[in-house]
Design a protein around this ligand. Structure first.
Ligand SMILES: N[C@@H](CCC(=O)N[C@@H](CS)C(=O)NCC(=O)O)C(=O)O
Length: 259
């Protein structure tokens, strides 16, 4: 299998964590969103929504939507199980994953894009922007690219996005109260995997909000997630550090005269 993904993308991180938990070998194909590699005809044939990730299967078929890919991996490699056996708990797990897709991801994208893509996109000429927008397959994502290039999110919008993202912590505190260590049914599941990329970014953006004093159960949960061997394999590199490294690779610092 081949995973087409972004190192900094939350939906991609979710699938990488799932693959690592399963111990499933998978070739890594990083996608550069700044270069619009996810809007090429070849990529759109795998994921018509023009977003990452996409999983290319050995039989030549492809899958998209991170939550669907994770469930597929759990069907394909049932050990260790990552979904509750109980139908009600499984439904609760799915609703939580969906909640993170609908509530957490759009808000995190506002914050991430503002630092990762806005500086480059704001330099595009009108003609370049039109040419790029024409390749974006959905109106929602076209609007997001247009905004980041021409109408950067205001400080108020970014503050509201962070506030909305932090709502995840309240939800997790409530879910962790009855079930103990993990979010649904007392066992580690795709719900925990879905939440991990968002909590990782909250830990970077608003560490105080994730303190023991503010949300003790989620803070403990985050410590447990980071201790799992799969966590290191999934490579949740610090966003700002990874971004600086990427920028240095694109425009290397001039060689020192004495080097
Ligand atoms: N619901 C999708 C969301 C995927 C998504 O929005 N991915 C973002 C990165 S986390 C992306 O590729 N954005 C690129 C774009 O909008 O052009 C999933 O879970 O796979």
């Amino acid at each position: 299998m081949k995973l087409y993904h972004g190192w900094l993308s939350s939906a991609s991180r979710r699938v990488r964590l799932c693959l690592a938990e399963k111990g499933v070998p998978c070739e890594s194909i990083p996608i550069d969103m700044g270069k619009q590699e996810h809007h090429s005809p070849a990529y759109l044939a795998m994921n018509p929504n023009g977003v990452v990730p996409a999983l290319r299967l050995d039989n030549g078929e492809s899958l998209y939507e991170s939550s669907t890919i994770c469930e597929y991996l759990d069907d394909l490699h049932p050990q260790p199980p990552l979904r509750p056996a109980d139908p009600y708990e499984r439904a609760v797990m799915r609703n939580f994953v969906r909640w993170t897709d609908e509530k957490s991801l759009p808000n995190l994208l506002i914050l991430n894009w503002s630092i990762a893509l806005q500086p480059g996109a704001s330099q595009w000429s009108d003609a370049q922007l039109q040419e790029r927008l024409a390749r974006v397959p959905t109106p929602e994502r076209r609007e997001a690219w247009n905004r980041i290039a021409r109408q950067p999110y205001t400080d108020e919008e970014k503050a509201a996005a962070l506030e909305n993202l932090l709502a995840l912590l309240g939800k997790m505190e409530a879910m962790l109260a009855p079930s103990g260590d993990w979010l649904v049914g007392g066992a580690y599941s795709l719900a925990d995997i879905a939440a991990a990329p968002f909590v990782a970014r909250i830990a970077e953006l608003a560490p105080d909000a994730l303190s023991n004093a503010r949300c003790p159960r989620t803070a403990d949960w985050w410590a447990r997630i980071q201790q799992r061997p799969a966590f290191a394999l999934a490579r949740f590199d610090r966003f700002d550090v990874a971004l600086r490294q990427r920028q240095a690779e694109v425009s290397p610092a001039p060689a020192r005269a004495d080097s």
